[in-house]
Ligand binder design. Structure first.
Ligand SMILES: [Zn+2]
Length: 249
């Protein structure tokens, strides 16, 4: 969302940087950040609305700009609120989106640490459970699955694509932004949280990263390789876009 330069720059106007305005006509508040840019842009992060604007734009013009885009902002805020409500909350009674099913997290006092998935519940067993202990048990459980499945599949697929020798190692790391990563040196990294996703998504992720062994980019040739082993990859890309916010921990 961008806006062209205003016709009448007004450099002498008051400049309440980072101030919080609450115009009567708008159902939300927004902050203004002055930035070395030529156009105005609105960012919606969780419940925060921020307008980034050039120095020469007056606060009145900013308000007009926001008012013009109020429908869009209201829609975005609703979308973000919906996403926040769906986020993984690892606590007793919280929710987790496991294999595309929305389950309730239950803490069960037990001498042995393990996880039991039922129709409705995601039961974390262990002693002296609190949210940190539960997160550790979940991590161990998902890492164990990731280790037993992902390297073997990645190697098999690399072999099939005649890229076997290029795959040097498969490692696991939880990052905040990525499901997988492949370096030019042949090191594939998977985020073990992907094990929460349906198996088809996991297969797609393996296919995506292994295909990078042949093409270190997202070119047409790269996607052609992906498609050759995962013909409906577009469905999975779309699924991730729509649901991945529910898998981050
Ligand atoms: Zn990629």
């Amino acid at each position: 969302m961008t806006h062209s330069n205003p016709a009448q720059p007004n450099p002498s106007s008051a400049n309440p940087d980072q101030s919080l305005l609450s115009p009567d006509s708008l159902p939300f508040e927004y902050s203004i950040t002055r930035a070395p840019r030529k156009t105005m842009v609105i960012h919606v992060r969780h419940a925060d609305v921020e307008v980034r604007a050039p120095q020469f734009v007056s606060t009145r013009e900013i308000r007009e700009f926001v008012t013009r885009h109020r429908e869009w902002v209201v829609k975005k805020l609703a979308e973000k609120a919906g996403q926040d409500a769906q986020r993984l909350s690892l606590t007793d009674g919280g929710n987790i989106f496991y294999k595309a099913r929305s389950l309730t997290v239950r803490y069960v006092a037990d001498t042995r640490e393990h996880i039991v998935v039922t129709d409705r519940d995601f039961c974390i067993h262990g002693r002296r459970l609190n949210d940190d202990v539960a997160a550790r048990i979940l991590q161990r459980w998902l890492l164990m699955q990731a280790r037993s499945i992902l390297p073997a599949r990645a190697r098999a697929l690399a072999g099939y694509l005649q890229a076997g020798p290029r795959l040097k190692e498969v490692v696991f790391r939880k990052t905040r932004t990525k499901w997988g990563h492949c370096t030019a040196s042949g090191r594939i990294q998977f985020n073990w949280l992907i094990m929460l996703a349906p198996d088809a998504i996991i297969d797609y992720m393996i296919c995506h990263e292994v295909s990078h062994l042949l093409h270190m980019n997202h070119s047409r040739r790269f996607w052609a390789v992906v498609e050759s082993v995962c013909p409906d990859y577009r469905v999975y890309v779309k699924w991730l876009k729509k649901h991945e916010h529910r898998l981050w921990l």
